[in-house]
Design a protein around this ligand. Structure first.
Ligand code: HEM
Length: 80
């Protein structure tokens, strides 16, 4: 059984960008801007690796469902 939203196309603006807190953006800004589509798309592999490992965010790992959402967004070609 799949939920209604599982097959939907994800967008950065609607689905991915809201996963990041202001604190995340501020903490990571010297490396990349988590509120910026191009920066997140360019660093997506490093970002998903850090999320999967549980090392990021430094104050508590994301739930698996959010990590999988980010991975699905990569797999569908990182729609803006
Ligand atoms: C969803 C939120 C976050 C993501 C996706 C993320 C992602 C990453 C990634 C990919 C790196 C490696 C950067 C590189 O290769 O140059 C990194 C490093 C780092 N991040 Fe984050 N980060 C997040 C939130 C945070 C927060 C909230 C903090 C601190 C409170 C933080 C502190 C650091 C620090 C100190 C490093 C450098 C040291 C290290 O690599 O462990 N990050 N992060």
């Amino acid at each position: 059984m799949t939920s209604a939203s599982e097959g939907d196309v994800l967008s950065f603006a609607r689905d991915i960008r809201p996963l990041f807190r202001v604190k995340d953006r501020d903490s990571m800004r010297r490396a990349f801007d988590l509120f910026d589509y191009s920066d997140v798309a360019d660093h997506a592999d490093a970002i998903v690796g850090a999320l999967r490992s549980g090392k990021m965010p430094c104050d508590g790992a994301w739930p698996t469902s959010n990590v999988e959402k980010f991975q699905r967004w990569i797999d569908m070609g990182k729609p803006a």
